[in-house]
Design a binder for this molecule. Structure first.
Ligand code: NAD
Length: 229
């Protein structure tokens, strides 16, 4: 019987919902170099372009529908007899919209806005503009609530505790190229926790078991195995 499970998901989980992955091989995300749209420097240099980029990601995420893999993970969190920690690098809310009640968004959420001046957070309008004032402090310092490359991910303490509490570490649809998330599997192995990867193509990282296939096929199959006990 499996105890607590730690699940780290990445863009591959949402790929079959129509949200394109970030292609590490050429460094492009939706035809943009990540340096141009997903760094604090990019936002300083060209805030209009960055807001436009995330306005488009927000629109796509709102129109996308959860796929069978999101739904299976929500079912697992609800029905497993021990904690299931759902930690995602994804900025969409497709796990929540599948019924998952606790999702840890380590890279933020595209549906939210953040004030760079006072750290207030609120639900972003569909279209954020560069001069939007913060509803709390009034300063025009608003940005998408996204952790950009070079910034520190959210909830790292909670994530560390969750890994230590787990019996099984599962990586789903992530290339393992974005740190610190890419180091979580190794942290689990050092703690003697079993590791499993579910991915379209196995990554180069060391896992005890690697299963290849589309998330919508292999995630529900694995969840059924766990829930059968
Ligand atoms: P990545 O794009 O670097 O890697 C995607 C991984 O998904 C690859 O390993 C690929 O083999 C796998 N994959 C592709 N299609 C799949 C499918 N149908 N089933 C199973 N696996 C599939 O993704 P990453 O490791 O998450 O890093 C990307 C970064 O960009 C993250 O920080 C994330 O915040 C951001 N991002 C988010 C979204 C989103 O929120 N949906 C989308 C793109 C990028």
């Amino acid at each position: 019987m499996t105890g607590a499970i730690f699940i780290l998901s990445g863009a591959g989980l949402s790929a079959e919902s129509g949200l394109r992955t970030f292609r590490a091989a050429d460094g492009l995300w939706e035809d943009h170099r990540v340096e141009d749209v997903a760094t604090p420097e990019a936002f300083q240099r060209d805030p209009k372009l960055v807001q436009r980029f995330y306005n488009e990601r927000r629109r796509q995420a709102a129109e996308a529908q959860p796929n069978a893999a999101h739904k299976a993970l929500a079912k697992l969190q609800k029905n497993h007899n021990a904690p299931v920690y759902l930690v995602t690098q994804n900025v969409d809310d497709l796990l929540e919209r599948s019924g998952a009640e606790q999702v840890i968004h380590m890279h933020g959420a595209v549906k939210d806005a953040l004030c760079a001046a006072c750290a207030h957070r609120w639900t972003a309008p569909r279209e954020m503009q560069v001069a939007d004032p913060c509803p709390s402090c009034g300063q025009p310092k608003t940005r998408p609530d996204i952790v950009w490359f070079g910034e520190i991910p959210y909830h790292m303490d909670v994530i560390q505790d969750a890994i230590e509490d787990s019996d099984l570490f599962v990586s789903i649809g992530t290339s393992g190229t974005v740190y610190p998330a890419a180091g979580f599997g190794q942290m689990a192995r050092h703690l003697g926790i079993k590791t499993l990867e579910l991915n379209l193509e196995a990554s180069n990282a060391p896992f005890d078991v690697q299963r290849e296939g589309k998330a919508s096929d292999i995630v529900p199959a694995w969840v059924d195995e766990i829930l059968r006990g």
